[in-house]
Structure formats: structure tokens, C-alpha cells
Design a binder for this molecule. Structure first.
Ligand code: NAD
Length: 486
């Protein structure tokens, strides 16, 4: 196991407010550890209510400065930032591994994805603004002006912070808002570095403020009266608290929450389409991905074949050093996560599910890190804990079905509605089932990530609002309408 290169960690880890880095903070200190070894990496000074207030004020002051930057200049600044993401891709990827233990392969794609998000949204920055609307009745000229909200509070998750900065901040900034970002204390390093890069790219001080913190900081941020909109990515339970807090000042909220997504493998599925996808729920961020297919629903005529394929693929996954390019599965993010996931595995065993791969915390040279074997359960009871609740770890549940109707009913029998996957060679069925699945994003016969041009977000308990595409930019614009008699 290679120790993390701690020299990559930014020297100053306090909140970045406007263009100043704070040393002393009121929210205490978080001792961060490297997930692969459990060794201490750094002590992070955490923001408390005082620093959150300062950051929101700084963002508020910057709104005029940001509004004075012309849309073409805003576009160019975002393009410059994208170029810097490419230039710093290697160090950002390495920091991402130290952040949460994600494997270097996935970490390396983060800056590329974020750069693409910034370029995509930069292309809109000089094209949004409003519409002329034809109105009937009195002779009149009617037009809308799309305005930014002002200060957007952003709470991003720890599983893929660099990806999240691309997905969430690019549309917010393109729309002309200022932001206060709260990265999680358990994965702050790459985002703190990005904060400095925003300044170097020419973003005026205060447009992007980065305040690492925990629940105290998050709560202070979403209830701050000068925040004009909230973006929250995280669990449903915290999402409800965020909504309740924002309700006090009637602040609008966008929520990206959890999922329990299903992949439906029909009797006519092409196994070559499905095979590369089969273990994505185990490898994608060590199973800690919100869109992971934690449930594989398989037509009974292909059930044994698929169970064997997934079990063999899971057993063949190389688990270990996240800095090794050949590693498929790294550790999970914290020791608490590892214990929680092992608890889910134990419950699934006692609920009668059949363990066909994995099933344990890993020992040997991985014992000091937070490694859980990629685990596959077959014959899972659709009413069991494993079938119904998000695991957020490398555990997959496989279940059989006999008809298309039953498959759709099983897939939709969840409080969540984030993603869905369909494998069939029947084009009519692909369209039918794609529409019938109650989820925000559906992939058919393959998966190639989330393109930045498409809307992304959940239905039901997976949240509301959309990131991605023009939909993501509109989410952070407020149209006003002006009607004028002619
Ligand atoms: P979490 O809800 O426990 O925490 C999320 C963040 O909220 C943390 O930064 C935490 O400090 C902050 N927080 C805690 N209490 C708060 C409060 N009262 N007010 C404001 N902020 C508060 O979630 P988590 O365990 O860190 O993340 C995992 C969850 O996130 C999973 O459910 C996963 O599916 C979801 N997720 C969703 C997406 C998506 O795009 N839909 C992406 C990644 C993760």
C-alpha cells in the first residue's frame, strides 16, 4: 500500500472567503485520515456560524462586481478555469484520492468532467438573458429578463467533490450568481485547491467562497437570511432539515438526494451490452455513487447466467491501493461507512439473501484501511432492507422477474427515483420501459456517464430540480417579465 503524498495537500486549509484564507475558525477542527491506510493526513479548521456569515456577506458584496463582468468576459473566465482544470488534472486527481480514497482512474476523470461542464456552461453564459414574448390583446411589447438569484449556498457531497464542482458550480456561475460552497470536512482538499484556481482564473474575489465544515456550518449556511437559493446534495434525512431551515426565510432549494436505482435485464438482453455495466454498482466510487444500480432485476430465463456473471466479475475485481492504476475498488470513505456497510451485509445474510460474492470487511494488508469486499447477493427479498434502502457501498442485490409488468413494478417500488437502466434488444420495449420507470435519468443498453448537456436530477425522494444542460442553468436564473403598451 502506497502512503498518500501529503505534500500535495494545500498548505492552508482554512475557509477561503473572498481572497483571504482564515486560519482560526469557530467550528472546531476535523482530523482527516486517508481512507486506504487510516493514517492522519491533516487537521482541517472547520467553519462555524461566524465564518459562514462572513462568507455569505462576501458573496453578497461580490454580486455587484460579478454583475459588472460582461457575459463574454464571464464566458472567457469560465473557459480559462476549464483550461486550468486540464492543466492541474493530475494534482487534482491525486488530491481526490487523498480526499476520500477513490481510485485514481475515477479520480483522473473528475477534472476532465468538470472542465467539460465549465466549457459547456461557458457557452451559455453569453447567450442567456431573456426572450421576447408575443402577447394578445392590447398592442404591447413583452419581454423577459433572466436574472441570477444572487448568492447561492452550495452543499456538495464527499463521494466525488471535483465532479460536483463542475456539475453544480458551472451552471450557477454561468447564470451570474455568487456562491458559498461547503465541501464536506471528510473530503475538502481538492475543493480548497479549486478555490484558489478560481481566483487565479480571474473570478472577482467573493464570487466563489469555500468554507469546509460539518453539520453546524451547513445548517448556518442554509438558514442564512442573505442566501437567495440553496443547492444541497446529500441524504434525504438531511435534505428534509435543509428544506425546513430554508423555509424560515422562504429560500428556494434544489435537492439532489439518494437513490436505489434498478437495472432491468430482459430475456433478449445482449450480454455484451450488459457485461461491462454489471459491476458498475461495485466499482463506481467503491459503490458510493448516487446513480449506482444497487438492484439488478433479471428475467427468470437469464437469472442464473446473470447471477454467475456478476458474481464472477465481482470476485475478479482488484481491491486495494487506490493510487495503483490497476485497482478497480478502493476503500470506502470513512471507518463509520465501512462499519455501516458491513451491518447492511450482515442484515442481508440474516434476511435470507444468498451471498454469491464478497461479504466481509477486508483484512491482511488492507486491515488498517476501510475496505469492504465487493459483495453480491442473489435471491433478495424485494421487501428486505437490502432491496429497499440505499447502501452507498459496494453491495448489489439481484432479483428475478417473470414479466415486463412485474419488472417495472419492482423497479418503481421504491421511494427513490434517481436513475434506471434497461437492457433489451426490443426497441419498442426499450421506449416503453424507459418511459415507465419513475426516475429522472434512464440509460438503455449501456452507460457512459452523465453528459454535461443533459438534464440530471431525481424524482420522488431523490429530490427535485435539475443540473446539466440548459435546464441546469435555468435552475439558477429567475425570469422577470416586462409588459409595455405600444
Ligand atoms: P449527508 O446528508 O449526511 O450530508 C451531506 C452534507 O450535509 C454534509 O456536508 C453535512 O455536513 C451537511 N449537513 C449535515 N447536517 C446539515 C444540516 N442540518 N443543514 C445543512 N447541511 C447539513 O449525506 P452524505 O452521507 O454526506 O452523502 C451521501 C448521500 O448523498 C447519499 O444519500 C447519496 O445518495 C447522496 N448523493 C446524491 C447525489 C446526487 O447527485 N443525487 C450525489 C452524491 C451523493
Amino acid at each position: 500500500m502506497i502512503d498518500a503524498d501529503l505534500t500535495l495537500i494545500p498548505a492552508e486549509l482554512g475557509p477561503l472567503i473572498a481572497d483571504s484564507r482564515l486560519g482560526d475558525t469557530s467550528g472546531g477542527v476535523f482530523r482527516h485520515r486517508y481512507a486506504a491506510t487510516g493514517k492522519i493526513t491533516a487537521d482541517i479548521p472547520l467553519a462555524g456560524a461566524i465564518e459562514i456569515d462572513r462568507a455569505v456577506r462576501a458573496a453578497h458584496v461580490a454580486t455587484n462586481r460579478w454583475a459588472a463582468v460582461s457575459p463574454p468576459d464571464r464566458r472567457d473566465m469560465m473557459m480559462r478555469f476549464a483550461d486550468m482544470l486540464d492543466a492541474e488534472a493530475d494534482s487534482l486527481a491525486r488530491l481526490s484520492v487523498i480526499d476520500n480514497g477513490m481510485v485514481i482512474g475515477a479520480a483522473s476523470f473528475g477534472p476532465t468532467f468538470a472542465a467539460d461542464a465549465f466549457r459547456y456552461c461557458a457557452g451559455w453564459a453569453d447567450k442567456i438573458g431573456g426572450d421576447v414574448i408575443s402577447v394578445w390583446g392590447a398592442p404591447a411589447f413583452d419581454f423577459t429578463i433572466d436574472e441570477p438569484y444572487g448568492v447561492v449556498a452550495v452543499i456538495i457531497p464527499w463521494n466525488a467533490p471535483v465532479y460536483a464542482i463542475g456539475m453544480v458550480l458551472a451552471p450557477i456561475l454561468a447564470a451570474g450568481n455568487c456562491v458559498v460552497v461547503k465541501p464536506p470536512e471528510i473530503a475538502p482538499f481538492a475543493v480548497l485547491k479549486l478555490g484558489e484556481m478560481f481566483l487565479r482564473a480571474g473570478f472577482p474575489a467573493g464570487v466563489v467562497n469555500i468554507v469546509p465544515g460539518g453539520a453546524e456550518a451547513g445548517s448556518a449556511l442554509v438558514s442564512h437570511p442573505d442566501v437567495d437559493k440553496v443547492h444541497f446534495t446529500g441524504s434525504g434525512e438531511t435534505g428534509k432539515r435543509v428544506l425546513a431551515a430554508a423555509a424560515q426565510s422562504l429560500t428556494p432549494v434544489q435537492l439532489e438526494l439518494g437513490g436505489k436505482s434498478a437495472a432491468l435485464i430482459f430475456e433478449d438482453a445482449d450480454i455484451d451490452d450488459f457485461a461491462p455495466f454489471s459491476i458498475s454498482g461495485l466499482v463506481n466510487c467503491s459503490g458510493q455513487g448516487c446513480i449506482n444500480a444497487g438492484r439488478l432485476l433479471v428475467h427468470s430465463s437469464r437469472y442464473r447466467e446473470v447471477v454467475d456473471l456478476v458474481a464472477e466479475a465481482a470476485k475478479g475485481l482488484r481491491v486495494g491501493d487506490p493510487f495503483d492504476v490497476n485497482t478497480a475498488v478502493g476503500p470506502v470513505a470513512t471507518s463509520m461507512s465501512a462499519e455501516r456497510i458491513c451491518g447492511v451485509i450482515d442484515r442481508a445474510k440474516s434476511d435470507g439473501a444468498k451471498l454469491v460474492a464478497g461479504g466481509r470487511r477486508m483484512g491482511g494488508e488492507l486491515a488498517n484501511g476501510w475496505f469492504v469486499e465487493p459483495s453480491v447477493f442473489a435471491d433478495v427479498d424485494p421487501r428486505s432492507d437490502l432491496a429497499r434502502n440505499e447502501v452507498f457501498g459496494p453491495v448489489i442485490a439481484v432479483m428475478p422477474f417473470d414479466s415486463e409488468e412485474e419488472a417495472v413494478a419492482l423497479a418503481n417500488d421504491t421511494e427513490f427515483g434517481l436513475a434506471g437502466y434497461v437492457f433489451t434488444q426490443d426497441v419498442r420495449r426499450a421506449h416503453r420501459v424507459g418511459r415507465a420507470l419513475q426516475a429522472g435519468n434512464i440509460w438503455i443498453n449501456g452507460f457512459a456517464g452523465i453528459p454535461n448537456a443533459v438534464p440530471f436530477g431525481g424524482n420522488k425522494a431523490s429530490g427535485f430540480g435539475r443540473l446539466g444542460g440548459i435546464h441546469g442553468i435555468r435552475e439558477f436564473l429567475r425570469p422577470r417579465n416586462i409588459w409595455m403598451a405600444t
